[in-house]
Design a protein around this ligand. Structure first.
Ligand SMILES: Nc1ncnc2c1ncn2[C@@H]1O[C@H](COP(=O)(O)OP(=O)(O)OP(=O)(O)O)[C@@H](O)[C@H]1O
Ligand SMILES: [Mg+2]
Length: 342
């Protein structure tokens, strides 16, 4: 197990800055997710940690040692990428054994490790098959097993579930996280899928254009976003942002915190009332979304589908947010006004 750390890590491709002076440190045994939109630099950062991409500046440390100039094989890491190339002509067992043969491990030790990894990943029955005889999820587990037998101190995983269908992804998420907990190997996991990030990460680093916008636990990122980028990247639908009358602030609130105003006195000064013009409602089985406007701003409200909510499409009704649930942002910079910047 080891802590992974990067210091002022930068990558420029012909003048284009893909990773811009990032500082980041994992905890030992942590499942750390790099989350961000396409092109924000996730893969480039991971490849630099793995030694596949030389940085333009800065350092990579693994277990406290600077490894910036070491080749991948000297870093005690295992990487699994989106296209986990298995050798098609080899059996599953031989695919898994490949790195062990390359390292000239004794045969008995090879067999012990293969049995161990196959047991952890539930692929004992598949060892004699060829990759083409496996499902996508099974291939992914074989690729993980091949990474695992090397007993790495760090796992680097780049969207390893992205070619699975939605159902398999959910169970693969569950398996992968369970397996990481069992082996306790520090894992850096790249995804652009917020559900994956929220569900699996001990912490999430939210990236945008070569920078880390925020590093925190899933609930910190969701409940206490550092800026409007994070506030609107996480959550589906995203956080609502409504400008104040003087235009000096953006008020942010989650769709589930926007509820009909009650005249009966239950809602006092601790609630902020807003006229909500509902344009459309959407029934999604477990929940219902109301789409509309508050002034010029597009706003969404979210309810449990069975909730008794009073609204009429096409009509303006008073809705409200508890003041404690409001986040205040600077409209110019996007940064939080009601939270110290870290
Ligand atoms: N070899 C390269 N040469 C030039 N530009 C590159 C190279 N590799 C990546 N880039 C650019 O660097 C930026 C970051 O790329 P990167 O692959 O790290 O993004 P990403 O966050 O992994 O995106 P995705 O979610 O689509 O995989 C992109 O704008 C990309 O076009
Ligand atoms: Mg990528």
């Amino acid at each position: 197990m080891a802590i992974v750390e990067v210091r002022d890590l930068t990558k420029r491709f012909d003048g284009f800055v893909a990773v811009d002076g990032i500082d980041l440190a994992s905890a030992d045994g942590e499942f750390l997710v790099l989350l961000g939109p396409s092109g924000c630099g996730k893969t480039t950062l991971l490849r630099m940690i793995g030694g596949l991409e030389p940085p333009t500046g800065g350092d990579v440390l693994i277990g406290g040692n600077v490894v910036t100039d070491l080749p991948p094989r000297a870093r005690q890491i295992a990487m699994v990428f989106q296209s986990y190339a298995l050798y098609p002509h080899m059996s599953v067992a031989n695919n898994i054994a490949f790195p062990l043969k390359a390292a000239k491990l004794p045969k008995a030790e090879q067999e012990r490790r293969i049995a161990w990894a196959a047991g952890i990943l539930g692929i004992d029955e598949l060892l004699q098959r060829k990759p083409r005889q496996l499902s996508g999820g099974q291939r992914q587990r074989v690729a993980l097993a091949r990474a695992l037998v090397r007993e790495p101190t760090v796992f680097l995983l780049d969207e390893p579930l992205s070619n699975l269908d939605a159902q398999r992804r959910a169970s693969a998420r569950d398996e992968l996280q369970g397996f990481q907990r069992r082996v306790g190997t520090t894992t850096i996991y790249v995804t652009h899928d917020q559900v994956e990030a929220m569900g699996m990460g001990d912490r999430i680093a939210v990236m945008d254009r070569g920078h880390i916008r925020q590093l925190g636990t899933p609930s910190e990122i969701y409940d206490d976003p550092a800026d409007t980028f994070v506030a609107t990247f996480l959550g589906s639908p995203p956080m609502n942002l409504v400008p104040t009358a003087d235009g000096r602030e953006l008020l942010g609130f989650r769709p589930e915190h926007f509820v009909p105003w009650h005249e009966n006195g239950a809602m006092g000064d601790d609630w902020l009332r807003m006229p909500f013009h509902v344009h459309r409602d959407e029934y999604l089985g477990a929940e219902r979304l109301l789409y509309g406007d508050v002034g010029e701003a597009k706003v969404v409200a979210r309810f449990a589908a069975n909730a008794d909510v009073d609204y009429t499409v096409g009509v303006v009704s008073d809705f409200a947010v508890r003041r404690a649930d409001l986040k205040r942002f600077d409209p110019e910079t996007g940064f939080r006004l009601d939270k110290a910047r870290r």
